[in-house]
Ligand binder design. Structure first.
Ligand SMILES: Cc1cc2nc3c(=O)[nH]c(=O)nc-3n(C[C@H](O)[C@H](O)[C@H](O)COP(=O)(O)OP(=O)(O)OC[C@H]3O[C@@H](n4cnc5c(N)ncnc54)[C@H](O)[C@@H]3O)c2cc1C
Length: 411
């Protein structure tokens, strides 16, 4: 087992939020098990109250013999697993159907926001029904707010198959008659599928919805400059951050199936599979994986080699651009491009507010920096503390070893 202390942002958030139902349990775990933990700014904190125990008369005691009683200062070997309260809907009065994008086979943060909105619309009587196409790798449907799970597996749904998927959704429509349909208004799937479904059902969808409250919803329009308020539509194509993701309850994710088989259509579109593209040609705003360099990058040649080895699109901080290491079009941040990558790897970037503004919508941020207290490390989901040159070299070595190994296995 490694000695590295890993942060758990969710546990930290619950520990700060006194109104969260798990707050007490987390506090107990912190006081009963952990006397030391990493604070939000990366500094190791000690809990002075973890020492001692409350005696039978209510007075705090410290046992100096070493064998502490009462659980106060004891360290548990395994962290306590906190179970969220299970919310079970036995007989749903209606369904709220959600079709997540499942980019990479997992729920994206956009999908989770959508499930959060679905839970809000489902209230206590309705059930959230997630319709998932093809194989997936997700194991957290329960904690994402899914009451019923309908898996539609089969080759006919793999790749780009919007026509076949719409046929399947029509079958879901006739069997479950959802009160609302929710799809992510994304470029990677839901945006197109949702519009096709709307046309097929003959309904007008509400698009780019970022707020749904009561009987009304607000969607963005006019190249993002305008908001349109309208009655809550049955078919909602929602933007990211349309609602808070579910975090306080656990749900059944009870499997369901379709009673009738889905008709096969004669595909008018043939999917020839993904085409390899040069990551450098991908517009920054659309890049899924960005390797971004700042003032802490000392060897720019090595940085470019690392980006090529990882297959990442290159980005930069303003200082790196001002110093002439990268073109202006690669600047990330308030006065550069606002990016939405699934993975943003920041090397030698301090995390100034103007830079952080530009990466607010990124899914996972990884930081490489020599300074463990810098703001980029605080923002990151995973941090590597060390010299950028040594880490980029090691990264290239690992990627090449992995590729060679995979090629050997395939041979
Ligand atoms: C109006 C305005 C708009 C701005 N807009 C933007 C914007 O759009 N985008 C933007 O990025 N900035 C913007 N800035 C600039 C911003 O405030 C910061 O100055 C800038 O982001 C800092 O860039 P940096 O993190 O690369 O450099 P620094 O702040 O110098 O940080 C370098 C980092 O590298 C680390 N480091 C040093 N050596 C190594 C090493 N060998 N290995 C690993 N780590 C190392 C250091 O610990 C440090 O954290 C703007 C500023 C203003 C005033």
């Amino acid at each position: 087992m490694s000695d590295i202390i890993r942060r758990d942002p969710r546990a930290e958030w619950i520990a700060r939020n006194r109104l969260h139902p798990l707050h007490q349990a987390m506090q107990a775990a912190a006081q009963g098990g952990e006397a030391r933990w990493m604070g939000p700014n990366g500094v190791i904190r000690k809990n002075p109250h973890a020492l001692g125990f409350i005696g039978p008369n209510g007075i705090k005691r410290i046992d100096r013999s070493g064998g502490q009683q009462g659980g106060g200062g004891k360290r548990s070997a395994a962290p306590e697993v906190v179970q969220l309260p299970l919310q079970r809907i036995e007989q749903p009065a209606y369904y709220i159907a959600v079709v997540p994008d499942m980019v990479g086979g997992r729920l994206s943060s956009h999908d989770r926001d959508l499930l959060g909105l679905a839970r809000k619309l489902a209230g206590t009587d309705g059930a959230v029904l997630a319709v998932v196409f093809g194989e997936h790798k997700e194991s957290a449907f329960e904690t994402a707010g899914v009451d019923r799970l309908l898996l539609l597996e089969g080759n006919e749904y793999s790749g780009y198959a919007p026509e076949q998927r719409v046929l399947a959704l029509r079958s879901v429509e006739s069997q479950f008659v959802p009160r609302h349909w929710l799809l992510p208004d994304s470029r990677s799937g839901g945006g197109e599928l949702g519009r096709r479904l709307a046309a097929s059902l003959g309904e007008r969808p509400a698009t780019r919805v970022w707020q749904a409250e009561g009987e009304r919803c607000i969607g963005r329009a006019g190249a993002g400059q305008q908001d349109i308020q309208r009655p809550l539509a049955r078919l909602i194509l929602a933007a990211a951050e349309c609602a808070e993701p579910v975090s306080e309850t656990r749900h059944e994710a009870r499997p369901l199936s379709l009673q009738s088989s889905v008709a096969r259509n004669l595909p008018r579109i043939e999917d020839l599979g993904p085409v390899a593209v040069d990551p450098a040609q991908i517009p920054m705003a659309e890049a899924e994986f960005i390797l971004s360099g700042g003032n802490g990058v000392k060897d720019w040649e090595l940085f470019h080699r690392a980006a090529a080895a990882l297959g990442a699109t290159e980005g930069a901080s303003r200082v790196a651009v001002d110093d002439g290491h990268m073109p202006r079009a690669r600047q990330v941040g308030a006065t550069g491009t606002w990016v939405t990558a699934r993975v943003y790897l920041a090397v030698g970037i301090s995390g100034a507010i103007q830079h952080l503004q530009g990466i607010g919508a990124c899914d996972k941020v990884v930081a490489v920096n020599r300074d463990p207290g810098c703001d980029m490390i605080k923002r990151a989901d995973l941090s590597v503390i060390g010299d950028s040159t040594a880490i980029l070299q090691a990264l290239i070595r690992l990627v090449e070893a992995y590729r060679n190994g995979a090629a050997r296995d395939a041979a």
